[in-house]
Design a protein around this ligand. Structure first.
Ligand code: GTP
Ligand code: MG
Length: 371
């Protein structure tokens, strides 16, 4: 049976209890208490009365929600490829990135397990650079691998030479295929005594990866982060593939980016790492992501060095966010703070309405009655 109290409904809709009680009195329900149980009709009438978003606002929002796809894309500047490293837990992703970046992230991680997507840009020769995203291999972080696959140009899937194709290797292959992202295989830990790259190529074949040694077109590179073999060919393979893909992006439009991760940083407040997709991100820009917005207070690279701007294909750390947007959210540059506030308010309302509909549906009531 349908049973929702005044108190619960006010929480569902997200309006203060006393305000809702006032409105109920306007509707002719006399002096309802917080625990008063509403009939289905009453609950719907009240929910409906809060459901409306002014049409004018909705129309105004359209221009920020929808952006024209790049038309004449080849006429824009070349951008660095975004390369996501994926694979089974402990197969050497972070260590490989460390040697490519010549830093030491892996040894400073809690328990040696990557728990987030880290992003950084590595300078190659001849003014080229590659943007790398690290992902966790632990089974629990499936959504992070999926997100990684979705924001990337090329997936480097690592397979440890002494361990072979494992469940999260297969999952990474699946996500890369679903996102239609080309794959390069890096067989890691090839310095190990018991490594068997041939066996791994066979396993890959069994998982429908057409490796080049067997006449396919997926490149396989044997590497070791310890003896540093294969690193140059891996970089070359990435750059060659990127060149074939002709990655261009417009730089002079309002920025469009994606949230890699967000957290509260000590002394800095909300800190959000972004990957720029189009346009140029600058200090002072106004951004909207989900129901959060930001006036960019500071912009820095992955080493914490402050930068003036970040163009397409580059990651950047931003501060100045009102709330933490969730990973994977689309970030759009906005012409003014008032517009940003308007957009987030509009989205919040929309979210609340969806929740209200879900919750009322959970009371076994058909949605059609509500609309
Ligand atoms: P998750 O982020 O937890 O999925 O792990 P990961 O894939 O990032 O693995 P990580 O780089 O943390 O390495 C796991 C272990 O393998 C560490 O103990 C590394 O020292 C070791 N390792 C990584 N690369 C190599 C390599 O090329 N050779 C050898 N012998 N060991 C390696
Ligand atoms: Mg790692």
């Amino acid at each position: 049976p349908f049973a929702v109290s005044v108190d619960t409904l006010s929480k569902i809709i997200g309006v203060k209890l006393d305000l809702m009680i006032k409105r109920m009195q306007d509707f002719g329900i006399s002096k309802p208490s917080a625990s008063f149980i509403l009939t289905k009709d009453e609950a719907f009438r009240i929910a409906k009365s809060y459901r409306l978003v002014p049409i004018s606002t909705e129309e105004e929002m359209v221009d920020i929600f929808s952006r024209e796809p790049d038309s004449n894309i080849k006429s824009y500047p070349i951008r660095p490829p975004v390369v996501t490293i994926m694979g089974h837990v402990d197969h050497g992703k972070t260590t490989l990135l460390d040697v490519l970046r010549q830093s030491n992230v892996a040894s400073s991680e809690a328990g040696g397990i990557t728990q987030h997507i880290g992003a950084f840009s590595v300078k190659m020769d001849q003014n080229q650079s590659i943007t790398f995203l690290d992902t966790p291999g632990h089974a629990a972080f499936s959504s992070m691998r999926q997100r990684g696959a979705n924001i990337t140009d090329i997936a480097v899937i690592v397979v440890a030479a002494d361990d072979g194709v494992m469940p999260q290797t297969k999952e990474a292959i699946k996500y890369a295929n679903e996102a239609k992202v080309p794959i390069i295989i890096a067989i890691t830990k090839c310095d190990k005594q018991n490594s068997n790259p041939e066996k791994i190529k066979q396993q890959l074949l069994e998982n429908e990866i057409q490796v080049e040694d067997f006449g396919g077109d997926v490149q396989v590179v044997e590497v070791s982060s310890i003896s540093k073999i294969g690193l140059d060919s891996l970089k070359e393979n990435i750059l060659t593939l990127a060149e074939i893909m002709e990655l261009h992006a417009e730089t002079s439009i309002p920025v469009e980016a994606v949230v890699i991760e967000s957290r509260v940083a000590k002394g800095k407040g909300n800190e959000v790492s972004l990957l720029v997709k189009r346009g140029t991100l600058k200090v002072g820009d106004t951004l909207v992501a989900g129901t959060s917005w930001c006036k960019v207070r500071s912009l820095s690279n992955e080493n914490g060095k402050s930068i003036k701007s970040a163009g397409p294909g580059y990651p950047a750390l931003t501060t100045g966010w009102k709330d933490l947007p969730s990973g994977g959210s689309l970030v759009l540059g906005c012409e003014s703070e008032s517009k940003a506030k308007q957009v987030t308010l509009y989205r919040e309302k929309g979210e609340r309405q969806l929740l209200a509909i879900e919750e009322i549906e959970a009371h076994n009531v058909s949605i059609s009655n509500l609309l």
